[in-house]
Every structure is written in structure tokens, then in C-alpha cells.
Design a protein around this ligand. Sequence first.
Ligand code: CP
Length: 307
Amino acid sequence: MSLKGKDILSAFDFEREDLERLFKLADRLREEINDKGTLDYALGKVMVTAFFEPSTRTKLSFQFAMERLGGKVINFDVSTSSLLKGESDVDTMKIIDGYGPDVIVIRQKIPYFPHKVKDIVKAPIINAGDGPHEHPTQALLDVYTIWRELGEVDGLKVGIMGDLKYGRTPSSLSFMLTRFNNVRIYYIAPEVIQIRDEVLKEIKGKVNYMKVDKPEDVIEELDVLYITRLQKERFANPEEYERLKGVYKIDKKFLMKFKHIPIIMHPLPRVWELDPGVDELPQAKYFEQAKNGLYARAALIKEILGV
Ligand code: CP
């Protein structure tokens, strides 16, 4: 089965066979792009990036991916748009869709916004992050990175640490990991920012998981330590953010205490929770992870376009 013409709203929209096919395609496109620069699969196709929230990696890697596939990108710029005159974001999506793009990539701060507009927009939609809810293509590149680095996903122990309550990458990563066998997830965070019950409800019975307070309790068991930042912009109470800031930080000195150091991943941007001193360790994979986004997203765009 291909993903031609499909909306991607959730990490659950990918079956295991889709993921395995996309990972292999991403590797193939990586080689072709490294060899030829720009390809011609998407000649004549147009993608719109409609980002209503800030982004560096997701927007740029989608734009690069489409350009490398030979297609065109039109960027919707919120700061110069008629949203500033009071036009609604739903009307904005109808207008963008009316010009006939072949695919639209949406980032929104409102949870479920892509779900809300999917039936009023003809073009396939890719959810590039809807508030604290989900970020399915981040999970795609995260699991692609794990697959490349460790050779498999089945049977791995993955620690997901940080702001699990407001972060959207922990939920999508958890959903995607349910597609593999015998994976164990450790949610590492103080209770106030632990993983949301609604996420646990979705994964119950599909993957093993455990809540843990501190990374030192499990680090030597882990294959992957996936760190996330506190989502400052989603905290209603700035004092709570400041209090939690002191709770955890990973630096080289901390990691060197352990006999076994798992691969270190982070969706980025990082702020203070992952010290730049860690970058020099061979286990630090987060910049490679960000780069993998281009190839994983190129594979996804190619499949959705059916080219
Ligand atoms: N990881 C991620 O979504 O980064 P951006 O917010 O920069 O797109």
C-alpha cells in the first residue's frame, strides 16, 4: 500500500510496513540527492508550507526535501498575511487550497487544527505539529534515525525525558513505537510534567512503558535517551517553568559516570537541558537526526505525491 494522496495527521497514520518502506526510500533518496543534487521526481508539483507557529528544522527540511525532489515550494508567511487584518486561519487554508497545491504542510498552535480542515481542503495535508498534540513527521525522522543508528527498532529500550506533558514529540514517538515489537518506553520526568493520560490510553496494550523520576535510575538499561526541552511557550505559570528548569539537565560529566551511554537524541531546539559539551561524544546523534529529517520527509512527500 502506498500513501498516495493521504493526509498525515497522526503517527498512527503509518503502519509498520509504511515505515519500513519509507526508511528504505529515504536511504535511497539520500544516495540519489548526494549523487545528483536535485532530482526530477516532483517536477511540476507544488507544496505550500503554512506555518502559523515558529519553526526552523521542520519548515526548512520540508522545503529542502521538495526542492531536492524537483518540485516547487510556496511559503505562506503569517507575518505579511491578511491574518493580521483578522482573516481566520480556516479561511486562510481555503484560500491556499483554492490555488491548487499538490500538498500542504501545516504547523499550528491549535491542537487538531489539521484534522479540522482536512475535509474542507482538497490537497493532502501533512501535520507538521499541532500545539502540544502531535508531530508525526518528527516521529518519522526519530524512528528513522534509531533504525539507521541501531539497525533495528524491535526490542529496544527508549527513554523519553523532559517535558512529556506539553511536548508533542513524546506523544508521536510513543505512537510510532507501538508499530514495533517488544519495545519498552521509560518516561523520565517529574510527575507534574509526566506523559499525558490521553497518550497512555492510546498506547496501552500496544507497547510496554514505565514512568521514572530520574535518568540515573534507568540510563544504563537504555538503547536510546531522547531528551526534550521544557515547552516554555505552553506554560501558563512562568514560576512553574522556572522551578522545573532546575530539575534536570544532561551534560557530559553526568553521562561519563555510567558504564553504558545510550545514543542521545533530541528533536531540537535545545535550550539549557542538553549541554553543548555532550556534542563531542560519539553517542550524540541529534544533529544527524535533524539532517535525517530532509530524507525522511522527501520519502514521505514522494509517496504522497505518487511520483
Ligand atoms: N523539531 C522541530 O520541530 O523543530 P522546529 O520547531 O525548528 O521545526
